[in-house]
Structures are given as structure tokens and as C-alpha cells.
Design a protein around this ligand. Structure first.
Ligand code: B1M
Length: 221
């Protein structure tokens, strides 16, 4: 089992599309759980990031790795959605990668697993400015707003977006969850978010808790 997963991780690190796809298909055929496959792919992406930092890989390699990850997810996504736990929506979430940032693989993973768990997800895409989050809250009336950032230079934009939501008097209407490689629990608290999601699986658990909290908030107000 772990050999199959190691192969998937190594294939994406080697930027080998065919080997990655074959590895994912083999894993599925052997009954490996989707969470482990996703973790193997994500682990590969982390190694690619380290290689980029060391100057062994270039930006073009990051682009290729991103495309391979997306191809692999196109095989996994239908299965993830098929395994949907709930039939009635658990809640509605508006999600996006903050402005200045075009990394969307992590955000897409979070969106996919939230959908699979029964959430209605409105994905605003990447490079999303504060006004677009504000408009989306007014238009869709979500329970939760989710923000993703992968760059240390864009993570502070999360604070600006929360402030914009506050200025419009909408902060009490939504719970805010933030995540992404440079984000920490401490940072989430500092910028006034309600929660931090370490990975896509934790993000789903936390969003379920946020919905419970929101229901309680409504009972007391
Ligand atoms: Co970029 N990049 N990149 N990159 N890239 C990083 C982030 C970097 C750490 C690489 C490195 O140097 N080691 C580095 C940032 C350094 C820093 O800020 N300190 C970096 C850099 C520098 C850059 C550029 C500036 C490079 C350049 O142009 N010179 C540039 C910036 C572009 C921009 O955004 N303005 C850039 C560009 C790119 C590509 C476009 C080529 C490509 C992205 C393709 C795409 O997303 N479609 C890319 C990639 C692939 C990476 C790495 C290698 C991999 C990111 C990834 O997809 N990981 C990355 C290295 C790394 O992260 N260690 C790197 C896999 C993914 C599953 O994990 O996104 O962390 P992640 O998501 C996780 C959790 O973080 C969490 O759950 C996910 C799943 O478990 N999570 C949430 C994420 N969002 C969440 C939201 C939540 C909850 C949890 O709630 C709402």
C-alpha cells in the first residue's frame, strides 16, 4: 500500500504526468482511500516547493506540477463527490484565494471536500479583492466565508478583507475560516478570523463546527 502512495508522491515530484495518473488509478483499483492519495499528492507538492527554494526547480516546473495535480484531481473529484455524506445542504460557503495570489490547488481541494461533506460552495476563484467577497456575502448570504493564501506577501490581505466585511456591517452574519501554507492558528486569531483550517480535511470538520456555532448564535440573539 505505502509503495503505491510513495510512487504517486515521487511521480509528481519527478513531474511525470503519466506515472502520476497511472499511480492514482492503480491506488483506486487497490482500494486505497482517497484521503491517502490526496495526501501523497500534497506531500509531493511540498517537496517540489523545497526543490524550488533550493534552485533545483524553476517556476515552469511549479506550473507543470500544478497541472499534474489538477489532472490527478480530475480523476479523484467525481469519486469524492459521489461519496457525499449528506443530501440536504449543511450550509453555504463562499470561498476564494485572496487578491495578489493565484495559488488555487489547496483552495480547490478544500472546496471539493466541503462539497462532498454536503456544503453548498460558491467559489470566487483566485486573486479575489475585498469588494468581491463583500458583494458575494450580499448576493449569496453564506454562513461561512473561506479565504486561502499561499504567499507571505498576500496573507495580510485576509485582514483587509475581514475589515472590509466589518465596514459593511456584515461581519456578524458570517463565520470566517482561513487557511493556506503560511497561515497559523495564531495568525488567524490575530486578524480576527473565527477559525483556521490546517488542511482540507480539518477545514471540513471546522466548517461543520462553525455551522453549529452559528445556529447557537442565532438562538441567543
Ligand atoms: Co508558488 N509559491 N509561487 N506557485 N508554489 C509557493 C507557495 C512557495 C512556498 C514555494 C517556495 O518557495 N517554496 C513560495 C511562497 C514563498 C512565500 O511566500 N514565503 C511560492 C512563490 C514564491 C511563488 C511565486 C511568487 C513565484 C514567482 O513568480 N517567482 C508565484 C506567485 C504567483 C501569485 O500567486 N501571485 C508562484 C506561482 C506558482 C504557480 C502558479 C506556478 C503554482 C500554483 C499553481 C496553482 O495553484 N494553480 C505554484 C505552486 C504549485 C507552488 C507550490 C510548489 C505548491 C502549492 C500547492 O499547490 N500545494 C508551493 C510550495 C508549498 O506550498 N510548499 C508554492 C499543494 C496544496 C494541496 O497545498 O495549497 O498548502 P496548499 O493547501 C493545503 C493547506 O494549506 C490547506 O488545505 C490544503 C489541502 O490540504 N488550505 C486551506 C489551503 N487553503 C485553505 C483554505 C482553508 C482551509 C485550509 O479555508 C478556507
Amino acid at each position: 500500500m505505502s509503495n503505491i502512495l510513495n510512487n504517486i508522491r515521487d511521480s509528481i515530484v519527478n513531474l511525470d504526468l503519466d506515472a502520476t495518473i497511472n499511480g492514482v488509478k492503480e491506488a483506486l483499483k487497490n482500494g486505497v482511500d482517497i484521503k491517502s492519495i490526496v495526501n501523497a499528492l500534497a506531500e509531493g507538492m511540498q517537496i517540489i516547493g523545497i526543490k524550488y527554494e533550493k534552485g533545483e526547480y524553476f517556476i515552469s516546473d511549479l506550473i507543470v506540477a500544478g497541472e499534474i495535480f489538477k489532472e490527478a484531481m480530475s480523476i479523484l473529484k467525481p469519486r469524492i463527490i459521489e461519496s457525499r455524506e449528506e443530501t440536504k445542504p449543511l450550509g453555504r460557503i463562499v470561498i476564494g484565494t485572496v487578491y495578489g495570489d493565484i495559488h488555487d490547488i489547496g483552495k480547490n481541494l478544500v472546496a471539493t471536500f466541503l462539497e462532498a461533506a454536503g456544503f453548498e460552495v460558491i467559489d470566487l476563484g483566485v486573486d479575489v479583492p475585498p469588494e468581491k467577497f463583500v458583494e458575494a456575502i450580499k448576493q449569496y448570504n453564506p454562513d461561512i466565508v473561506g479565504m486561502s493564501a499561499l504567499l507571505t506577501s498576500t496573507m495580510m490581505h485576509m485582514k483587509n478583507i475581514i475589515e472590509a466585511i466589518e465596514r459593511e456591517g456584515l461581519r456578524n452574519k458570517v463565520k470566517v475560516i482561513v487557511g493556506g501554507a503560511p497561515i497559523t492558528e495564531k495568525f488567524a486569531i490575530e486578524i480576527g478570523a473565527d477559525a483556521y483550517g490546517e488542511n482540507a480535511f480539518k477545514a471540513v470538520e471546522i466548517c461543520k463546527k462553525l455551522i453549529e456555532e452559528k445556529t447557537k448564535d442565532l438562538q441567543y440573539h
